[in-house]
Design a protein around this ligand. Sequence first.
Ligand code: KMT
Ligand code: NI
Length: 179
Amino acid sequence: YRFNDASYVKNPDQRLAHTYEPEQLVSVEALDRLGVKYWSIPIQGWEPKIDAIAAERAYKNRDLINVTKEGLGELYESKIKSFFEEHLHEDEEIRYILDGSGYFDVRDFQTDSWIRIGVVPGDLLVLPAGIYHRFTLDHTNAIKALRLFQDEPKWIPYNRSPETDRNPFRQEYAKSVSI
Ligand code: KMT
Ligand code: NI
């Protein structure tokens, strides 16, 4: 759904839903046009299915991330903060949600406004290289996700700036969604 900036300004708690009234839904097809892949694979018996997708798409590495105070320890506050800074990566960001829930916000290329994607167990989300995005926990305050990597995990977030607008991966992304 479309993220309501005015609601966030009024009550700047990133963990709230910040919907419009009524909600403005965004279709999976519209996400697809932004290069965002979003589908569901039931948690029941997920492993062989995820293994098959990983093999097919050549995701060679994976790890588990547990975004909770316990899971992140002393890094918790700084991680929560950096996840929610608008950034891009030079690789795909691939997440399979195992437990808990949260929000991935992605920029609509055409309007530069936020689209908020609520994720729950079974959701597989692939953000393309070069898309501006951010992540937050929701009110449940916990999410466990499998992170898949095409090659060596390199999770460098480049926070949005005039410089990232000129990043080659950003420019390639811009071309892919401008047609
Ligand atoms: C990211 O890169 O923003 C994250 O890994 C967030 C936690 S995964 C649900
Ligand atoms: Ni990211």
